[in-house]
Design a protein around this ligand. Structure first.
Ligand code: ADP
Ligand code: GLC
Length: 476
């Protein structure tokens, strides 16, 4: 696996949960798995073993030297590309709102380094790259390394976690990537409307492409969700599939969650009340909110996530009797929108701007409902975590949200419109009044199972289809 973040080492979003959860599940299923990720400043490598001191990596005519450090965790080798000038920086992709000017070099180098790791440290049958940061692995293998016997028969998988992030850069920087200049020409694999596009080249060259829910695999082939790549994706539909993300229930389970004030389960729900009381206190919301539905939000503040709809319905939602506990950061416009709501009704809207993993667990446990009105959502993880915490999801029926939430475990609305979200919340708040029915719904939600082992079997079958000849067939 090659990707830019993985729990427990470094995380900005769901990709890290996936690279922390899927590889150990594959290992449990008998696969031999290594995950290659960059060694950022934030990554604490205490206890790591240096497995390669000076690994040469060529990029665009320059020779770079990186070290490789290994941490073995839950049966998986996490191999860190240690290259201080590229990754020993304050941020991962950006500082403040500014992306690093050399991200194209940083992640091209990372992809080249992953290929060298595959040559010298860990020899795989399949290289499985995630998102644009690792997308160049397939184009490198299929072009500059195509006559390298080390990689004969090695297959590539590209998983798209979010088509909204493609890794686009000025076309003039293309010569720094060490790829055939013909690939940069108009309509070439790396060119997209006059820019470089890392993800596009991965889509062109990968042997198989997956995305993180079945619904999203269909959606990205339409103009509405395709971000301009829908035509290309349609042309690769024969190798494109959707495999739903799983959940690491050793991290996300109210029965033994170490971050929440009291543990609880579907058979013993009393602890959840205590979690709610404590969460209200933490957000400075008055005790009287115990009798009202408390809606949780934990999110990156990005336009993908549907917060303009929340702005539209917030006042109505408070009039319905609900209160909000919000944790997130990102787009300053949404941060200010939430600041405005919290200033308007400090008794009903609690807000923390920032990134806080323990608090995200306490919101999952303490809220009654969890809101994800996304414009689009490739998979979405918090709604699945919410199910296990008996925190009923209110979601827009798109992508993975549609695939994971059904009538009886959550509430869905379809059109991306404030009025529809409001109606959906109104129905949920009304359902909350029927305490017995609500408890039944919580228990149903808590009994749903989205463990990684199910998804790992699907990935295993995908790998097998690539590396094992079909019955009676001949290996390529
Ligand atoms: P995305 O990857 O698009 O951000 P997902 O729902 O797949 O969305 O995953 C988001 C992950 O990041 C979840 O594990 C969520 O708990 C976590 N997360 C998002 N924002 C925050 C935050 N402000 N503080 C702590 N965790 C957060
Ligand atoms: C992306 C998507 C999210 C998905 C996550 C992990 O960040 O936005 O929907 O759950 O990747 O696959």
């Amino acid at each position: 696996m090659v990707g830019s973040e993985a729990v427990p080492f470094v995380k900005t979003g769901g990709l890290a949960d996936v690279l922390g959860g899927l590889p150990p599940a594959l290992a449990r299923a008998g696969h031999d798995v290594a995950v290659v990720i960059p060694k950022y400043r934030k990554v604490d490598l205490f206890g790591a073993e240096r497995v390669f001191h000076e690994l040469p990596v060529w990029l665009g005519g320059h020779l770079h030297t990186v070290a490789v450090d290994r941490v073995t965790d839950r049966g998986v080798q996490f191999l860190f590309v240690n290259c201080p000038w590229a990754f020993d920086r304050e941020g991962i992709y950006n500082v403040g709102n500014n992306d690093y000017y050399d991200n194209h070099i940083r992640f091209a180098l990372f992809s080249r380094a992953a290929i060298e790791v595959a040559r010298r440290v860990f020899r795989p049958n399949v290289i499985h790259a995630h998102d644009w940061q690792a997308s160049l692995t397939a184009p490198y293998l299929k072009t500059s390394h195509s006559s390298d016997p080390t990689f004969f028969g090695v297959k590539t998988v590209l998983t798209i976690h979010n088509l909204g992030y493609q890794g686009q850069f000025a076309l003039g920087l293309g010569h720094e990537l060490g790829l055939d200049p013909a690939m940069l020409g108009p309509g070439g694999p790396l060119e997209f409307h006059g820019s470089l596009n890392f993800l596009k080249s991965g889509i062109v060259f990968a042997d198989a492409i997956s995305t993180v829910s079945k619904a999203y695999a269909g959606e990205i082939q339409t103009a509405e969700f395709g971000f301009g790549l829908d035509g290309l994706l349609r042309s690769r539909a024969d190798v494109l599939s959707g495999i739903l993300n799983g959940v690491d229930y050793s991290e996300w389970n109210p029965e033994h969650d170490r971050y929440i004030p009291r543990n609880y389960s579907a058979d013993a729900l009393e602890g959840k009340k205590e979690c709610k009381r404590s969460l209200l206190g933490e957000f400075g919301l008055p005790e009287e909110n115990m009798e009202r539905p408390l809606i949780g939000i934990v999110s990156r503040f990005a336009s993908q996530k549907g917060f303009d709809l929340v702005a539209e319905v917030a006042r109505g939602l408070v009039d319905l009797g609900a209160s909000l506990a919000v944790l997130g950061s990102g787009d300053p416009g949404y941060e200010n929108m939430f600041r405005g709501l919290a200033a308007w009704r400090p008794d009903r809207v609690g807000l923390r701007i920032g990134y806080d993993n323990p608090l995200s667990h306490r919101i999952e446990a303490g809220a009654d409902m969890f809101l994800m009105p996304s414009r689009y959502e490739p998979c979405g993880l918090n709604q699945i975590y919410s199910l296990r915490y008996g925190t009923i999801p209110i979601v827009r029926a798109t992508g993975g949200l549609d695939d994971t939430i059904k009538e009886g475990t959550g509430f869905k609305f379809w059109s991306y419109a404030g009025h529809d979200l409001y109606e959906c919340i109104r129905v949920a708040v009304q359902a909350y009044e029927d305490r017995e029915g609500w408890t039944e719904m919580m228990v149903r939600a808590m009994r749903e199972d989205f463990s990684w082992d199910v998804s790992a079997r699907e990935y295993g079958a995908l790998y097998d289809s690539l590396v094992k000849p079909a019955a009676g067939g001949v290996a390529a």
